[in-house]
Design a protein around this ligand. Structure first.
Ligand code: HAM
Length: 433
């Protein structure tokens, strides 16, 4: 085995894996831009305190999963375990709220770091695509944001998804609920796990996230947030649900959904997808409404809503859903220089085809024509273009459709039109857009 391997919980993506990840991100970005979003790019590391304050001391992320280190200037630095806090920090640092029409709408894509126990669909370095809609408190923007996520999943090719939704209410609702949880767990907490004991003190809501089976039994009997929502929080939630219904988005209200980050209020949601065998990778995306995060990092007290998808999870599932449609590396044309005296012409012709929008490669080392066709097949080329001395003399080039084996002879000026037409027919693909 080679000496160097990827670190635990990290992976290398290449060939079809990398191609499809890029395709997924392109679709996500394209759909987000239909909703008026523009990209934001923020640093991969931030001051540790940004995350402890925003994501919250009581969260698993902050209490056990951060990649934190001291830099050479004795500053505590953390590799971002999510992107929402960084986006809020960027909005504040650059005062983006000052001269803009609200809401600000940003999408982002990039690596995220969490020191978790790796398993299928769970990594220590993974990537998120997410959006933040910042500055307006409105159930319509909450619904619009959920609708964007939902549309993106359909655009990606998910035949159906499960949208779980809940309300964590406003501060008053949550304070009342936390009191109720404290009362309920008071005589149970000594028999629960160490994490739960800590959560009981820091934020009893977090107890509801516990995965320990014995603890889960006790959690099932706990009070439900729905019974502690204030009238206005209830109204807000019902409005979001009504807008979703009217736009044909199906959801399941799940009163055990509390999310693992501390900044949420009102609507929270998660998207899930079950494979044919009934298994799931956990949430493929999640998010919610948050009221005070921007203020928490030094900006004005404005409400926002956002979510993030786990791009690797999307990719693993789409690979399973699409199977034979999952894209492999491929070429439109493999140009074959049949003799070293034809290399100049082959070089120029290949560049000419690329300039016309065809994906091409060309060989420059002499190989038998038989092995060149094998290369063309391995590269999933749709066409082969043959250039030998014969072809150069006559000014006629052989173009072979590698799927049908039909071969034609064409003059240089007819090649582009012919390939365009053929490729459109083969796959309804349109070049020269
Ligand atoms: P989150 O639920 O912590 O939310 O992460 C969002 C998504 O990232 C998850 O639904 C999952 O698909 C993916 N994910 C999380 N951990 C891993 C992992 N270890 N390996 C692979 N994928 C993973 C947030 O991060 C919030 N910032 C979302 C948000 C944006 N809320 C408001 N705005």
């Amino acid at each position: 085995m080679p000496k160097y391997q990827p670190q635990r919980g990290t992976y290398d993506a290449y060939y079809d894996e990398a191609i499809n990840i890029e395709k997924i991100v392109q679709i996500l970005k394209g759909t987000a831009s239909l909703y008026g979003y523009t990209p934001i790019i923020t640093p991969i590391y931030e001051a540790t305190e940004l995350f402890t304050r925003s994501v919250g001391e009581s969260s698993d992320i902050v209490s056990k999963e951060m990649f934190t280190f001291m830099d050479k200037g004795e500053r505590s630095i953390t590799l971002r375990p999510e992107l929402t806090a960084g986006v809020m920090r960027a909005i504040t640092s650059n005062k983006l709220y000052a001269n803009a029409d609200l809401p600000l709408k940003f999408y982002y894509y990039g690596p995220i770091f969490r020191y978790e126990r790796p398993q299928k669909g769970r990594f220590r370095q993974f990537s998120q695509f997410g959006v933040e809609c910042v500055g307006i408190n409105s159930p319509y923007f909450d619904a619009e944001t959920i609708s964007l996520a939902y549309s993106q999943l359909l655009m990606l090719g998910f035949p159906h998804v499960i949208l779980k939704i809940n309300s964590l209410g406003d501060q008053e609702s949550r304070d009342a609920y936390k009191e109720a949880l404290k009362l309920y767990f008071a005589d149970k907490i000594q028999n629960m796990c160490g994490d739960c004991a800590r959560r009981y003190e820091q934020n009893p809501l977090r107890i509801l996230d516990c995965k320990v089976p014995e603890d889960r039994l006790l959690i099932e009997g706990a009070p439900k947030i729905q019974d502690y929502l204030t009238e206005s929080a209830k109204d807000y939630f019902e409005t979001v649900l009504r807008i979703l219904e009217e736009s044909g988005i199906e959801y399941q209200v799940d009163d055990s959904l509390v999310r693992g980050l501390d900044y949420y209020s009102h609507v929270v949601f998660e998207f899930h997808y079950l494979l044919e065998d009934g298994t799931s990778l956990g949430a493929i995306g999640a998010g919610g409404h948050y009221d005070h995060l921007l203020h928490e990092v030094g900006g004005p007290d404005l409400s926002s809503v956002g979510y993030a998808f786990g791009v690797e999870r999307l990719n693993i599932l789409l690979k399973d859903i699409e199977k034979e449609h999952y894209e492999k590396p491929n070429l439109d044309v493999y140009v074959m220089s049949l003799d070293s005296s034809c290399d100049d012409e082959a070089f120029n012709l290949t560049e000419y085809l690329r300039a016309n929008g065809f994906k091409c490669e060309v060989n420059f080392e002499s190989k038998s024509i038989g092995s060149l066709f094998k290369v063309a097949n391995r590269k999933n080329a749709k066409f082969a273009l043959l250039i030998g001395n014969d072809e150069l003399e006559k000014g006629l080039y052989k173009v072979k459709n590698l799927a049908t084996q039909v071969q034609v002879e064409l003059r240089l000026e007819d090649i582009v039109e012919y390939l365009d037409h053929q490729l459109e027919e083969v796959e309804g693909e349109h070049h020269h857009e």
